[in-house]
Ligand binder design. Structure first.
Ligand code: PGA
Length: 250
């Protein structure tokens, strides 16, 4: 059985003061969650978030990481720096990073390897744009992104890997993939992993859905057999909404 994982992605939102307030409000609301709960915050809020969530069932994640261990990379943050802060997870290859910050399948692969080597758990994102979907390329695009992200991987490297399938057309738009569409593509992604890395890896790999997931649609999506969790943007910014997503089966 794959343990469901619900993760918030705050993107470029919340100061340290707001971080402390929201986590303090959130903790009692999700204390009995039946799933793994993660909150990914901006780099500047990580130390505050780790401190605020200490001793609770909420784990803290970053939203990106550089692939080099150290060096002349002005403005970047290494995996070791995140580990030192007490960060457990990191999102890699989010579509906004692909769209605005030149993220490629190759850099997703490099970041994932660096994060895993440092002891972080990774949420590796994939997903097609609207144009790609309309052109009938949904499977092809997700296959390319997945095989690119895990290029050179062996089965044992998947222990700390979660995949997030986020159709770009559903992110921040209020348009969600239907339960069936999301389940079908997540199932396809699992079949790609099975073919390349074996059934064992695929059966154990948790694959989240992301894209306008909210308190209203979470139950239907999570009821689908292939969907093991969610990566939540907008609905993770408010303690009440996020707790409702986390407690989807309450
Ligand atoms: P959304 O974002 O829930 O606001 O659509 C999801 C994401 O980008 O991870």
């Amino acid at each position: 059985m794959r343990k469901p994982i619900i993760a918030g992605n705050w993107k470029m939102n919340k100061t340290n003061a707001e971080t402390k307030t929201m986590i303090t409000e959130l903790l009692p609301l999700v204390a009995n969650a039946d799933c793994e709960v993660v909150l990914c915050t901006p780099f500047t809020a990580l130390a505050t978030a780790v401190e605020a969530a200490k001793g609770s069932n909420v784990k803290i994640g970053a939203e990106n990481v550089h692939f080099a261990k150290s060096g002349a990379y002005t403005g970047e943050i290494s995996a070791e720096m995140l580990v030192e802060l007490g960060v457990e997870y990191v999102i890699i290859g989010h579509s906004e990073r692909r769209q605005y910050f030149a993220e490629t399948d190759t850099t997703v692969n490099q970041r994932t390897i660096a994060a895993l080597e440092a002891g972080l758990k990774t949420m590796v994102c994939c997903g097609e744009t609207l144009a790609e979907r309309e052109a009938g390329n949904t499977e092809k695009v997700n296959e390319r992104q997945i095989l690119g992200a895990f290029e050179g991987f062996t089965a044992d490297m998947f222990a700390n890997v979660v995949v997030a399938y986020e159709p770009v057309w559903a992110i921040g738009t209020g348009v969600t993939a239907t339960d069936e569409e999301a389940n079908a593509t997540v199932g396809y992604i699992r079949s790609v992993v099975a073919k390349r890395f074996g059934n064992d890896v695929a059966d154990r790999l948790r694959i989240q859905y992301g894209g306008s997931m909210n308190p209203k649609n979470v139950k239907g999506l999570m009821a689908k057999p292939e969907i093991d969790g969610g990566l939540i943007g907008g609905a993770s910014l408010n303690a009440e909404d996020f707790s409702k997503v986390v407690n989807f089966n309450a």
